[in-house]
Design a protein around this ligand. Structure first.
Ligand SMILES: *Cc1c(COP(=O)(O)O)cnc(C)c1O
Length: 371
């Protein structure tokens, strides 16, 4: 029995992918960066493809190359590749590259010439987020690209929304119309890529005008909401959370009223109670500053965190009448039945978003694939 494990429900993943792709004519790209948001790169990629996604997207080239070495044949875009990355291997391995600047273009071009094979590229335009993509360089980048078509195949043009999780916000319309303008500018230089793509999960779920040819599904595929305030939670979006997280109870003991708990004595028991030690901590990605809005479900009873999370463990308050015992499963996320804490609850308990909660679950926690 593992000390702790993340249960990854690939059946839920499949159903999320199918449910979302049924609402669009666009093809689906499964975003599997950061070990598939902490869910496990290769099994997630393979199941997403079986469920109907036809593309994969990673941040790093290393992630894309791992997929290739595991025999994944689908088209893959790696969109965060610093200029000294190994573009020759990328081109030889049929990994599509995002091009956000002239310097990237030059490096990829010279790699393509060395390898003697065309690089497959997606020109990245900054439509207002001021993060990735070409802004002032866009026309020059398009022109220079159009002069290098003997070494390049321009597969796509793409950009990224800054505020898609605020559906109806004017900035989304602004980015969408800027995107169309920039695509038209590229066309003036004779570029005519087959695949335009702009939408992340939030835009895919809320704005079909932004779907174009391909939608990039991240958080929604993992069954989580891009923003529970503006878009509702997993249930309201008809998505099934893919990750459950559980750990064996290490120790249960009676503690008198008035005892301080954990480093810094930040919590004091109000009455005689039972506490349990859960052997997971911030080394496993459990946020150190999570408060008692989060905790574990044992049987079907919630036990909130008491005191600070340590590196390898934290303490929960079981209540005086608890029958929980060492060795039982305590669910940090999800449960066998209903009533468990969600990634959203953990996010709220430490002031972050569900993306960060699942993505940071550490390598020390085995992923167990079910369904
Ligand atoms: C991470 C990422 C996505 C997926 O975003 P979600 O909000 O998780 O759907 C899409 N596109 C790009 C470029 C990304 O980096």
């Amino acid at each position: 029995m593992n000390r702790a494990e993340a249960l990854i429900d690939l059946g839920a993943l499949e159903s999320n992918v199918k449910r979302i792709l049924a609402t669009t004519k666009a093809a689906g790209l499964a975003v599997v960066k950061a070990d598939a948001y902490g869910h496990g790169l290769v099994p997630v990629a393979e199941r997403a493809l079986r469920a109907g996604a036809t593309w994969l997207g990673t941040a790093l080239l290393e992630e894309a190359l791992t997929l290739r070495s595991e025999g994944v044949k689908a088209p893959i875009i790696a969109w965060l590749t610093p200029i000294h990355d190994d573009f020759e291997t990328a081109i030889q391995s049929d990994v599509d590259l995002a091009i956000p600047s002239l310097s990237h273009l030059e490096r990829v071009l010279s790699a393509a010439k060395k390898v003697g094979k065309k690089a497959r590229i997606h020109l990245e335009v900054d439509t207002g987020m001021s993060r990735g993509g070409a802004l002032k360089e866009w026309r020059t980048l398009s022109e220079r690209t159009s002069q290098a078509l003997d070494s390049l195949e321009v597969i796509g043009i793409w950009s990224h929304f800054a505020r898609a999780d605020e559906p109806g916000h004017d900035f989304n319309e602004e980015q969408l119309s800027t995107f169309q303008l920039r695509v038209n500018e590229a066309k003036e230089f004779g570029l005519n890529p087959k695949i335009l793509h702009l939408s992340n999960s939030a835009a895919t779920l809320t704005n079909s005008a932004s779907h174009f040819d391909l939608v990039r599904l991240g958080i929604s595929m993992y069954g989580l909401s891009p923003d529970i305030e503006t878009m509702g939670d997993s249930n309201e979006l008809q998505l099934k959370p893919v990750m459950q997280l559980r750990s064996q109870i290490h120790l249960v003991k009676d503690i008198p009223a008035g005892s301080q708990v954990g480093y810094g004595g930040t919590a004091i028991t109000k009455s005689d109670t039972k506490l349990a030690v859960i052997p997971m901590g911030y080394a496993d990605g459990i946020p150190r500053n999570a408060n008692s809005l989060a905790g574990v479900l044992i049987g079907n009873k919630r036990a909130p965190i008491i005191g600070r999370v340590s590196m390898d463990q934290f303490v929960v308050d079981l209540g005086n009448d608890s029958i929980a015992r060492a060795g039982e499963w305590a669910y940090l996320i999800g449960s066998e039945g209903a009533g468990g804490y969600t990634a959203d609850a953990w996010a709220k308990a430490c002031g972050t978003i569900n993306y960060e909660i699942v993505t940071r679950i550490g390598a020390r926690v085995p992923r167990v694939f079910i369904n």
